[in-house]
Design a protein around this ligand. Structure first.
Ligand code: GLN
Length: 194
């Protein structure tokens, strides 16, 4: 069965995710209302502007439906999506209401103050070596709570982590030709639900 993955379609990098899902034989669906969540087996919260996405999540009444969805479906937050999935946010994070799907403390524009955007290869345990990662005014994770697995770091900054079926990355895997990270996320969808 084709796996159906929702991409939260309020603001940000939506089509890039849908295209990468297609390359992997999955179907990507823009999720624009809470009822759309019933159509999908997993959800990607994309990059964009976290304060804008947070405002729309609250306006559209998505906050609790996403939290409920995450209890038994995989969720992947990239860049602004990572910020939104986090538990506490500094550096402008007061303006948004994080979904608290994973126990991570996030510095919102962590890399942004030094350099706006850059690309670097990452070696990620259990996914692969030399995976290109694009960072755009990216956040990083200051520290993780119990049970959260750190998957990648740049110097001492955590840039990818997971806890059960919640995966987060500071960078944009959908903006490269390398789809190993998306393939890893798709494996979190249980075959029996597809
Ligand atoms: N710094 C942005 C924010 O706070 C995130 C940037 C991105 O998603 N590329 O929302």
């Amino acid at each position: 069965m084709v796996k159906r993955v929702g991409v939260l379609g309020l603001q940000g990098a939506i089509t890039e995710h849908i295209n990468q899902l297609k390359q992997l034989g999955a179907e990507g669906i823009a999720v624009k209302t809470p009822t759309d969540l019933a159509q999908v087996q997993a959800l990607i919260i994309p990059g964009g502007e976290s304060t804008a996405i947070s405002r729309l999540i609250q306006q559209i009444g998505f906050y609790e439906p996403i939290q409920q969805f995450a209890k038994n479906h995989p969720v992947f937050g990239t860049c602004a999506g990572l910020i939104l999935c986090g538990s506490s946010i500094t550096d402008g994070g007061e303006k948004l209401k994080p979904l608290k799907l994973i126990d991570i403390a996030v510095t919102r524009n962590g890399f942004g103050r030094q350099v706006d955007s850059f690309e670097t290869p990452l070696d990620i345990d259990s996914i692969g070596q030399q995976i290109p990662a694009v960072f755009i005014r990216a956040p990083y994770i200051d520290h993780v709570g119990e049970g959260v697995k750190i998957l990648a770091k740049i110097d001492n900054r955590i840039v990818m982590a997971e806890h059960g079926s919640v995966l987060v990355s500071s960078f944009h895997p959908e903006l490269t030709e390398d789809n190993r990270i998306m393939a890893y996320f798709l494996k979190k969808i249980k075959e029996e639900n597809s």
